[in-house]
Design a protein around this ligand. Structure first.
Ligand code: ZN
Length: 457
């Protein structure tokens, strides 16, 4: 599926990556991504434990993944890899022995990282450990207690309100012991060592938009890109939020020098408009490319400045790293009522929205791959294009005019200072038209690639 690769002229202009515009391919990718989410949905994930391993082993059926285990107690900058948490079973029974809250029915019922408990108690004592959402009385909230020891259950507010006085049996069979933090990494080498980092979270239990949509889009991006001939190397990370990125950065600090562009992929399956959060630098190439793609699409979008609150861009953009890493989501986390509740379910994420997000990421990657600087080899006055077959030979009238204009813009701005993206922005012509004009000029001997591969903003 989704393959169309155009390589030309020793890759002076990169491959044509985008290819999901064929609606059949898009639809197919959307339903496959939704299918992957359905498979991952029932698993109880957390920042450590077997849920992460099971998740990674499913992703591994799609892409080659290195699965890494970092021991509990490992110092990672100011943090320490926590003890590993695993769940066997958890429930609350009433005095008739009926399970009134059952972890087997939803992984959200158990406070994530609950310590083991087995005791009987009154309703009043039990209520100290119950969490509900009065404003959405039919939804189960998602709660965690990673860094302070606690136990609890989450349930709908309607169920909580209906609990009678009784003696309840609380049973939580969990383990919180020295073990590992598990994460997955896939490194796809390209023509240069310079990297594009694509990262997502694997720490949430049964929640679809937050995290599973990110996992599925990153998996399918990797699956697609590995079939192509790429200029950049790509690093795909499947990590638990916060502690995962801190751990990766602490253990791989020397690799960060190669990260030229990065995106945190999250919340990409809902029906909301695209939201781009800029990198801390604000004017990195990735910022310009994503903004260009959003501005040149018919869909609604919003651009947000960097803030040190959010997903793992907080770590990648901490001042000691300050990497060019932004985050492209649909509705930002916390801004949709279903966020961190049982309503972030399989119906909330849509195959067509997943597909649209995948296409958007591919469009961004296509520009990154092709965005280079060139030198006009005949810069003194315009070269005579006609005798080289570069003028007046294009197709339909409108098409012909646009292509001629693009050719003139590329020749004029190919001074080694302007990237193809700069030319597209300055001319108002879409990137692919500029790219194709550059390709034709290279073939006509009028353009040479500027020696450095990277675009240096
Ligand atoms: Zn979350």
């Amino acid at each position: 599926m989704i393959t169309s690769l155009e390589t030309f002229n020793s890759r002076q202009v990169g491959s044509n990556i985008q290819l999901l515009n064929q609606s059949a391919d898009l639809q197919d990718a959307g339903s496959q991504m939704h299918q992957l989410i359905s498979e991952l949905y029932p698993i109880c994930r957390s920042i450590t434990g077997d849920g992460a391993r099971e998740t990674l082993s499913i992703i591994e059926q799609h892409i080659p993944l290195e699965i890494l285990e970092v021991p509990t107690g490992t110092k990672v900058f100011d943090w320490t890899v926590p003890r590993e948490w695993n769940v066997q079973d958890a429930y609350v029974k009433n005095s008739q022995g009926e399970k009134i809250i059952d972890f087997q029915k939803s992984s959200l019922h158990l406070l994530n990282y609950s310590i083991p408990v087995h005791q009987k108690m009154s309703l009043a004592d039990l209520k100290e450990h119950l969490f509900s959402l009065p404003e959405h009385p039919d939804w189960i909230p998602y709660r965690t207690s990673y860094y302070s020891e606690n136990w609890g259950f989450c349930l709908t507010h309607n169920q909580l309100a209906a609990l009678p006085e009784d003696e309840y049996e609380v049973y939580i069979d969990t383990s919180l012991e020295p073990g590992h933090l598990t994460y997955g990494e896939y490194y796809l080498p390209g023509e240069t060592k310079e990297e594009v980092l694509l990262t997502c979270h694997i720490c949430h239990p049964s929640l679809c938009n937050d995290n599973l949509s990110g996992i599925s889009v990153v998996t399918f991006l990797a699956k697609h890109l590995r079939s192509l001939n790429l200029r950049y190397s790509y690093r795909f990370l499947f990590i638990p939020g916060t502690i995962g990125s801190i751990t990766w950065l602490a253990l791989n600090e020397e690799k960060t020098a190669n990260i030229n562009h990065g995106l945190v992929v999250a919340g990409v399956g809902d029906a909301g408009k695209f939201n781009y959060k800029k990198s801390r630098r604000g004017d990195a190439e990735i910022d310009k490319v994503v903004i260009h793609v959003l501005q040149n699409s018919t869909a609604e979008y919003q651009i947000n400045e960097f803030s040190p609150y959010g997903y793992d861009e907080r770590q990648f953009c901490s001042p000691g790293f300050n990497l060019p890493v932004g985050s492209l989501t649909r509705t930002p986390f916390g801004q949709y009522p279903q966020y961190h509740t049982s309503a972030d379910n399989l119906d909330f994420v849509k195959p067509d929205k997943l597909a649209e997000s995948l296409a958007k990421y591919l469009e961004i990657i296509d520009i990154l791959e092709n965005n280079q600087k060139y030198i006009n080899t005949n810069p003194k006055c315009e070269p005579q294009l006609g005798k080289r077959g570069l003028y007046g030979t294009f197709g339909g009238t409108q098409d012909k005019k646009t292509k001629e204009l693009a050719t003139l813009w590329v020749l004029n701005l190919a001074d080694g200072e302007h990237s193809l993206l700069d030319m597209s922005d300055r001319s108002g012509l879409v990137f692919s038209v500029i790219r194709d004009a550059a390709k034709a000029l290279i073939e006509g001997g009028l353009l040479e690639r500027e020696s450095s591969v990277a675009v240096d903003y």
